[in-house]
Design a protein around this ligand. Structure first.
Ligand code: URA
Length: 242
């Protein structure tokens, strides 16, 4: 499919004038209310520049991807419900705060999604994590469910679905169908994603307008092998093997 032009913007702190800020390619804008693209801050753009480079070694790829994943998890948690919660401080005063309401779990789409489990565990102590394995069926060339292991009470939980790359959307759509078949309503699923294609977002969010998507960046498009472009290559290979 024909790549879109990505916007090029000045990126930098507000106290600098536009002419004093360096320019960088930022995320393609998204029309869906259900999709949140992380703020295109200098920090995020610099982290993405490291993991996109073909010259970044595996150790750095892991370290800097983990930082982006952590930003996604922290933003994802802002989309969960809270209730009023007042505590008493050590000096005897009340503080009117909040507490998270409801149980959560993570579900990673294997193998690349497993790279996002640690970031979720760092933010949510002893969180339950399930797994789904979807692979392309050689005969039909369509995604096929090979394996799943999900918490038995998943229908009572908010689900943070984890997959760093949203290319065509085929696997993510199948994963949401599995979650729905176990009784999880669409509006209790948050899909956390590092890099998406416009086609993947369009396909996924048209099918599931009530699933919230949190992504760090929407790229220009897909190449003839359905790799995201400019992209970062094969996330699972770079995180786990090279
Ligand atoms: N999965 C990847 O790892 N990379 C892509 O570009 C697309 C899907």
């Amino acid at each position: 499919s024909e790549p879109k032009r990505s916007p090029i913007k000045c990126v930098g702190p507000d106290y600098r004038s536009e002419s004093q800020k360096p320019i960088a390619t930022v995320s393609v804008p998204v029309d869906f209310d259900s999709v949140t693209v992380l703020p295109q801050t200098p920090q995020l753009i610099a982290l993405l520049s490291i993991i996109r480079s073909k010259d970044t070694n595996r150790g750095d790829f892991i370290f800097y991807s983990n930082r982006i994943i952590r930003l996604l998890v922290e933003e994802g948690l802002n989309h969960l419900p809270t209730v009023e919660h007042t505590v008493t401080t050590p000096v005897g005063r009340a503080y009117n705060g909040l507490a998270f309401q409801g149980k959560i779990c993570g579900v990673s789409i294997m193998r690349a999604g497993e790279a996002m489990e640690q970031g979720l565990r760092e933010c949510c102590r002893s969180v339950r994590i399930g797994k789904i394995l979807i692979q392309r069926d050689e005969e039909t060339s369509r995604p096929r469910l090979f394996y799943d292991k999900l918490p038995e009470d998943i229908a009572d939980r908010w689900v943070l679905l984890l997959d760093p790359m949203l290319a065509t959307g085929g696997s993510a759509i199948m994963a949401v169908d599995v979650l729905k078949s176990r009784g999880v309503p669409e509006d209790r699923i948050l899909f956390l994603n590092v890099l998406a294609s416009p086609q993947g977002i369009q396909h996924f969010s048209t099918k599931f307008p009530n699933v919230r998507v949190i992504t760090a960046f929407v790229d220009e498009g897909l190449d003839e092998k359905n790799y995201i472009i400019p992209g970062l290559g094969d996330f699972g290979d770079r995180y786990y093997t090279r």
